[in-house]
Design a protein around this ligand. Structure first.
Ligand code: AMP
Ligand code: ZN
Length: 141
């Protein structure tokens, strides 16, 4: 299903152009217009889902099934030393387009344009607290 006025639905539907790198029946991968590093690619399900909460297992499987092959192609093309896979859900996490997408960002070094702040708060969580948190989450699944 397409969603009206969704820019990525329009790209998936070939209503607006993109620099396509991969396509099958369920999935499209194209270059991000704002290249964080060379080859920065977005992988989307053609079926609209706002974000990861909204994504069907079928779309998730279809998207993730393509990731190793696309990542290898990006690595070979760019000579990247590493790769970040990133999906932003919600404004607070930096999501600007409400159609699920996975960023593939080839990485060269720590100062190549991409960075994620990663503050660790180990002192706030004892082993008992971690066990309680894990149990509570598990009970929701
Ligand atoms: P996010 O901020 O995680 O929602 O990522 C959305 C990404 O979509 C941004 O990095 C934009 O540069 C990219 N983007 C927006 N419009 C287009 C477009 N028409 N073609 C390619 N990339 C786009
Ligand atoms: Zn959409």
């Amino acid at each position: 299903m397409q969603k009206e006025n969704c820019i990525f639905c329009k790209i998936a539907n070939h209503e607006i152009p993109s620099h396509k790198v991969f396509e099958n029946e369920e999935v499209l991968a194209f270059l991000d217009l704002s290249q964080v590093t060379k080859g920065h690619t977005l992988v989307i399900p053609k079926q609209h889902a706002d974000n990861v909460y909204d994504l069907s297992s079928e779309s998730a499987q279809a998207v993730f099934a393509t990731i190793p092959e696309i990542s290898r192609a990006l690595q070979q093309e760019t000579g990247a030393a590493g790769m970040n896979l990133l999906s932003n859900t919600g404004k607070v996490a930096g999501q600007s387009v409400s159609h699920f997408h996975l960023h593939l960002i080839p990485r060269h070094d720590k100062h190549d344009g991409f960075g994620a702040k990663w503050e660790v708060h180990n002192e706030e969580y004892t082993a008992e607290e971690l066990a309680t948190i894990a149990e509570s989450i598990k009970n929701r699944l």
